[in-house]
Design a protein around this ligand. Structure first.
Ligand code: SF4
Ligand code: MG
Length: 333
């Protein structure tokens, strides 16, 4: 069965002016590939600036790619506003980090859930549209009496529920969620993640779930891709990544997640800051910070290749598995 979303060798580069008037290139995303099946969740993790948000925008066709291709429900996604644009917008929706910024302060929240139905000409008549919007309100756990309220009258968690209702009212096959809970308090964030899992079970919506919070990604994702400097460095089932990271960068990220047993002890502190994407280090881009780097790492770029336990890793030291072995290169249905 074809994947819902098939992203192949996606890249986005920007020309930037460096000191002395020199022209340089910033590789925000550089050769990212993944597939996502209907109703599944791919978690995209990494530090800020690693290319997660750019990948989201490229996937939605909100930004033109410099290279690569994206197929969604079998059709090519481009940033051109061609005849497919509107249909595509209906099937792929985005959920942003800040629900207050995503909502219109001057409109009651119920009207904002109705609005996409009007724009896309769905449901005939205002009564049917209102009924549909109220059904979504119920689905996201909002009381009907909040329908006429304004965004500033709601809590952060309620606002993010409104955003989810608005995104789901069109019946999308994919939600691209860029840090959807990072503006929320921990307990509210946990409720929203549980809600998103319930909504996925109910509506069968696939999620591209972007977060720097590994714990949350582990809970919600069927597969996780770890990005570093615009590239995927490890990808696979969340439990395998957590129990035995194949890439030293994943290992450092996992070690930073506090556990009830060891708290924050055992955390791997990486040397230096994340490098400037304009000056991508040669060889393995992680080598200046990698606790395991060897001479070869400075010269050869490690390819993303099958490693143990059904995952992919881009590290010279990750034990490779023979090419014939099954590798979790995609979320299978
Ligand atoms: Fe570290 Fe070398 Fe592996 Fe890169 S290839 S992650 S520098 S060990
Ligand atoms: Mg971001």
């Amino acid at each position: 069965m074809t994947a819902l979303l098939d992203v192949h060798d996606l890249a986005r580069a920007y020309p930037v002016a460096a000191a002395g008037g020199e022209r340089r290139t910033l590789h925000a995303v550089d050769g990212v590939s993944f597939t996502l099946a209907r109703g599944k969740t791919l978690g995209l993790v990494g530090e800020s600036g690693c290319g997660k948000s750019t990948t989201a925008k490229l996937t939605l066709g909100l930004l033109p790619a410099t290279r690569g291709r994206i197929a969604f429900e079998g059709a090519a996604v481009t940033a051109e506003r061609d005849r497919h644009w509107r249909a595509l917008r209906r099937r792929m929706q985005m959920v942003h980090q800040d629900p207050l910024a995503a909502l219109d302060r001057r409109l009651p929240v119920g009207a904002q859930v109705v609005e996409p139905l009007v724009i896309h000409g769905l449901e005939s008549g205002s009564a049917a549209r209102r009924q549909k919007a109220l059904a979504l309100f119920e689905a996201v756990g909002l009381r009907a009496d909040l329908f006429a309220r304004y965004p500033h009258e709601l809590s952060g968690g309620q606002r993010q529920r409104v955003v989810l209702a608005r995104a789901l009212v069109l019946g999308p096959a994919l939600l691209v969620c860029d840090e959807p809970i990072s503006a929320l308090d921990v307990s509210v964030a946990a409720q929203v993640v549980n809600l998103m899992q319930d909504l996925q079970a109910r509506f069968g919506t696939a999620y591209l779930f972007i977060s720097h919070d590994l714990k949350v990604v582990r809970q919600i994702a069927d597969e996780v891709a770890v990005m570093y400097l615009g590239r995927v460095v490890e990808q696979g089932p969340p439990d395998a990544l957590f129990h035995a990271p194949a890439h030293p960068y994943t290992e450092a990220l996992v070690s930073a997640v506090p556990t009830p047993l060891r708290g924050t002890q055992g955390r791997i502190i990486l040397k230096g800051d994340p490098p400037n994407p304009v000056e991508r280090p040669c060889g393995c881009a992680f080598h200046p910070r990698c606790p395991r780097a060897v001479a070869r790492c400075r010269e050869e770029v490690p390819p993303l290749r099958p490693a143990a336990d059904g995952r992919l890793a881009a590290c010279h030291l990750a034990a490779a598995v023979p090419a014939a072995a099954p590798a979790a290169t995609s979320l299978r249905e």
